[in-house]
Design a protein around this ligand. Structure first.
Ligand SMILES: [Zn+2]
Length: 98
């Protein structure tokens, strides 16, 4: 008689342990997708995300943060230059031609 009760008690404990393990196993996959972007590729992603512009004087491509904007507005917006040297060269060309 006592052996039967011990077996039932062990069965209940095993079932409870299995339920706990299942609950933990379900929680882990839900927590993982929240950590999305790896921080290692952060710097490269920032550089890649920066829009590239074309110099109106020499036609070279350069990042928007290095852009020098001209004062004369055109239909496409203000002209953009890769450096102040090209901005000056373009503005002096316009003045000499007109
Ligand atoms: Zn240029």
């Amino acid at each position: 008689m006592l052996g039967k009760w011990i077996l039932w008690a062990l069965l209940v404990i095993v079932v409870l342990l299995l339920f706990r393990l299942q609950g933990k196993a379900r929680q882990v996959p839900e927590a993982k997708p929240k950590r999305a972007a790896p921080p290692a590729a952060g710097a490269d992603a920032m550089e890649a995300a920066e829009p590239m512009l074309v110099c109106a004087y020499c036609g070279v491509h350069f990042p928007q943060s290095e852009a020098v904007y001209g004062h004369v507005m055109t239909t496409a917006g203000p002209p953009v230059f890769c450096s102040t040297a090209h901005w000056r060269a373009a503005t002096t060309q316009d003045r000499s031609s007109s």
